[in-house]
Ligand binder design. Structure first.
Ligand SMILES: *Cc1c(COP(=O)(O)O)cnc(C)c1O
Length: 364
């Protein structure tokens, strides 16, 4: 045990001990990856049911080759986007992303976290209101806080409450109103009532930013996301997608009209004040986008795997999504991320292990 020497050391050690006592201390566990398997310390091979590599593109030969080829040109972008960090490949990728989303323009950010924090905090300010689903991602929450706008946090998917809050914001004289929601929610596995939210945003003159982190590449006729699947993409002001999930790489983008994107280019601090993504990442993303537009087969496998896994879990008596007020807030849950890389036999083995655990737990 280290000797605690300063007030800082005492504070840090106490905080860690508090987490440890609550069983919440987190540590990093190095492991090797092999398709949908991981090799943990000690050589144990484990089935990966936790990654966001929905289409398996992180190890797709076309994507990996594109990254390697781009990496040979230069290892880093050497500057931020607005200085000398935008080469022709960047511009071409942004054009392709805009075309993919059916918008006038798109802007690549360093990550989804940076995109949410930067976009939200420059779109609204202290005289404005931001309306945010209670299960929205931490990057949305942080963007809202950084904006210093009045934050109206509505219960998950609760349209009545959203409408009441829009009305309240209007009565309070909010200058601008911004609604922010994920489309496919990562922690509950359900989806936002997007068609209804679009209706509300139009009725109350609000803007709408949708975070499609878990839907990009997966839903929509060519993987454009959930708004496209529902046919409401044109009513969405800003579409946000990340490259760290179904794209199998890293980074993110925001798509919208030229006016909105020009504004973000000038005002989003997490875009302006950070180094441009390296060529290897842009190469991978560019190749991944090509694969995604043509990935009907992978999407079908993914959705089939997910549907089958879900129905087998339900047959085991595991209800996959129990949410407040059915259960108290902050309830722990088990999350399985199924991907197109999983084979039927892989998932069957996982289900057998889950069943065995249930039987053993019940017998105890
Ligand atoms: C993962 C995630 C992000 C962050 O994206 P990164 O590219 O990993 O920084 C943002 N929003 C949602 C909903 C996410 O699930």
């Amino acid at each position: 045990m280290r000797v605690v020497t300063t007030a800082w050391d005492a504070f840090l050690a106490d905080e860690l001990a508090r987490r440890d006592d609550a069983g919440l201390l987190r540590t990093l566990r190095p492991l090797e990856r092999d398709g949908c398997w991981v090799v943990a310390e000690g050589g144990r091979r484990l089935l990966d049911l936790s990654s966001n590599d929905y289409l398996g593109l992180s190890c797709h030969p076309t994507v990996v080759d594109a990254a390697a080829r781009a990496a040979r040109r230069r290892s880093g972008a050497t500057a931020s986007r607005l200085i000398v960090g935008t080469d022709g490949r960047y511009a071409a990728l942004e054009e392709k992303l805009a075309d993919f989303q059916g918008t006038e323009a798109a802007l690549v950010f360093g990550s989804g976290y940076l995109a949410n924090v930067g976009a939200i905090s420059c779109l609204v300010g202290p005289e404005d209101a931001v309306l945010s689903d209670s299960l929205n991602h931490a990057s949305i929450i942080d963007g809202c806080r950084l904006s210093r706008a009045a934050i109206h946090r509505y219960e998950h998917r609760d349209l009545d409450q959203l409408e009441a809050m829009l009305r309240r914001a209007e009565q309070a004289g909010a200058r601008r109103k911004l609604i922010v929601t994920e489309t496919v929610f990562s922690m509950s596995g359900d989806v936002a009532p997007l068609a209804e939210i679009v209706e509300l945003k139009e009725r109350y003159g609000a803007a709408l930013l949708v975070d499609e982190a878990h839907a990009d590449g997966v839903f929509g006729p060519r993987g454009e996301g959930y708004a496209h699947k529902l046919g409401v993409a044109e009513q969405v002001d800003l579409h946000l997608g990340t490259f760290g999930k179904a794209f199998g790489a890293y980074g993110a983008y925001v798509a919208g009209s030229s006016l909105w994107i020009d504004y973000l280019t000038n005002a989003a601090r997490s875009f302006v004040f950070t180094t441009s993504l390296p060529p290897a990442v842009i190469g991978a993303v560019d190749a991944a986008l090509e694969v995604i537009r043509d990935a009907d087969g992978l999407r079908a496998t993914l959705l089939e795997n997910a549907a089958r896994f879900r129905s087998r879990l339900q047959a085991l008596g595991l209800v996959t999504c129990i949410r407040p007020p059915t259960v108290p807030r902050r309830t722990a849950r088990l999350r399985f991320s199924v991907t197109a890389l999983h084979g039927r036999a892989d998932l069957d083995r996982a289900l057998e292990a889950i069943e065995l655990t249930i039987v053993n737990t019940a017998a105890r």
